[in-house]
Write a protein that binds this ligand. Structure first.
Ligand SMILES: *Cc1c(COP(=O)(O)O)cnc(C)c1O
Length: 386
């Protein structure tokens, strides 16, 4: 059996080497390393793929979030609501811009931001909501957009884990995540669903004025050469990374399908176990059906009940099966983001999930034999140890 990895970028690269290498070589030969034609070409192709008016490439997903907030003109003291159960980048940039992070609990089934908790957290100072499409499943965008409209708030989608996912609206129509809010951010970190071979990120918006503002912000606040109209940053996607991404973009749907296939096999093995909850699909899909493309499985995450998770993690390590705990500590309990306004009782779901979730290997190259070995190892442990 091939060695099991959490993410297998080597095997994936071996299959696309014949398109990636010439694309990189083109950049090397042209020496257009910064803002070269590859960056523009990738930007246009991603705009078409997503069905969004503007993609603004930048250096990484964390910058993308920060720049989106700067572009919206958020000011120190403005409150920004986001989820307690996510990667720290989201809350980090809110704090860095001296905005006030307001963390709220997540839904126990989808692990995404709890819309009722968002509503309860809104104050006259609230300016924006940042839903995260966690693990590749879209947050509940229709109700979030309704709230935003009612309270005049901006919605910034953190799409770092959700690229290529669809959100199914109430009327059954589908839209790509990252194109629904006022603005969205994504990351092209190598292990993300669309990853480059270094750092990269992008901002998406359908708003022409905001896109213009953001294009200046990523380039030192310049709209005209050497005229600095606003305080900006230096955040660029380099041409070599754009070359990799442009070669990989045509494979994104197939990559997400491969992840969904792996998830379906995992689900088959785990679905009826009383101590295991498999990942949720959208309410409209209920399960991961053949045609369902709402969940793109950046992570495949189980929620365990009555299982010694740490012992399972140790057992899997012994069997050379990597796994992850995303995320082991709620953001509201991280030293950097503690706030006396928070009550533990407001985070019952996150406080539980950090103790009971486990993410299994998930990538585009998993084969039957590996999945069979992973599922049987997990099930044997749970059945014999509890
Ligand atoms: C990866 C990630 C980011 C940050 O992306 P970088 O490119 O590593 O800066 C932000 N938010 C979420 C939810 C992520 O998973």
């Amino acid at each position: 059996m091939k060695k099991i990895q959490m993410v297998d970028l080597q095997s994936q690269y071996a299959k696309i080497k014949d398109v990636v290498d010439p694309s990189i070589e083109e950049v090397m030969n042209s020496a257009a390393f910064i803002n070269g034609p590859k960056v523009h070409q990738f930007q246009k192709n991603l705009e078409n793929y997503l069905g969004v008016k503007h993609v603004i490439p930048c250096a990484n997903g964390t910058d993308a979030l920060q720049i989106a907030m700067m572009g919206l003109g958020l000011k120190p003291g403005d409150e920004v609501i986001t989820a307690d159960f996510t990667f720290a980048a989201t809350v980090e940039v809110i704090a860095l811009l001296q905005l006030t992070p307001v963390l709220v609990d997540v839904d126990p089934v989808t692990f995404n931001i709890d819309v009722n908790a968002v509503k309860e957290a809104i104050t006259p100072k609230t300016k924006a909501i940042v839903p995260v499409h966690l693990f590749g499943l879209s947050a509940e965008m229709d109700p979030i957009m309704d709230l935003a409209k009612e309270y005049n708030l901006y919605v910034i989608e953190d799409n770092a884990q959700g690229i290529g996912a669809d959100y199914t609206h109430r009327d059954g129509s589908k839209t790509k995540t990252g194109t629904i809010g006022h603005v969205a951010s994504t990351s092209f970190f190598p292990s993300k669903n669309l990853g480059c071979y270094g750092d990269g990120g992008a901002i998406f918006t359908n708003d022409d004025d905001l896109a213009h503002t953001i294009r200046g912000i990523v380039n030192h606040g310049m709209y005209e050469r050497y005229h600095h109209d606003v305080v900006g940053v230096n955040s660029r996607l380099d041409s070599i990374q754009a070359a990799v991404l442009d070669a990989k973009l045509p494979h994104l749907d197939a990559y997400n399908k491969a992840r969904q296939n792996a998830a379906r096999k995992y689900n088959e093995a785990f679905k009826d176990h009383p101590k295991i909850t498999i990942p949720s699909g959208r309410s409209q899909c209920n399960s991961i059906c053949e045609t369902c493309d709402c969940h793109v499985f950046h992570q495949y995450t189980l929620n365990l009940m009555g299982v010694d998770r740490d012992a399972l993690v140790a057992h899997l390590q012994e069997k050379n099966i990597p796994c992850g705990v995303y995320y082991p500590i709620p953001l509201h309990r991280q030293k950097a983001y503690m706030d006396e306004r928070y009550n533990e009782t407001d985070f019952t779901v996150t406080n539980q999930l950090v103790k009971s979730v486990i993410s299994l290997p998930m990538h585009t190259e998993l084969d039957e034999e590996q999945i069979e070995f992973i599922t049987s190892t997990v099930l044997n442990f749970i059945n014999s140890n509890s």
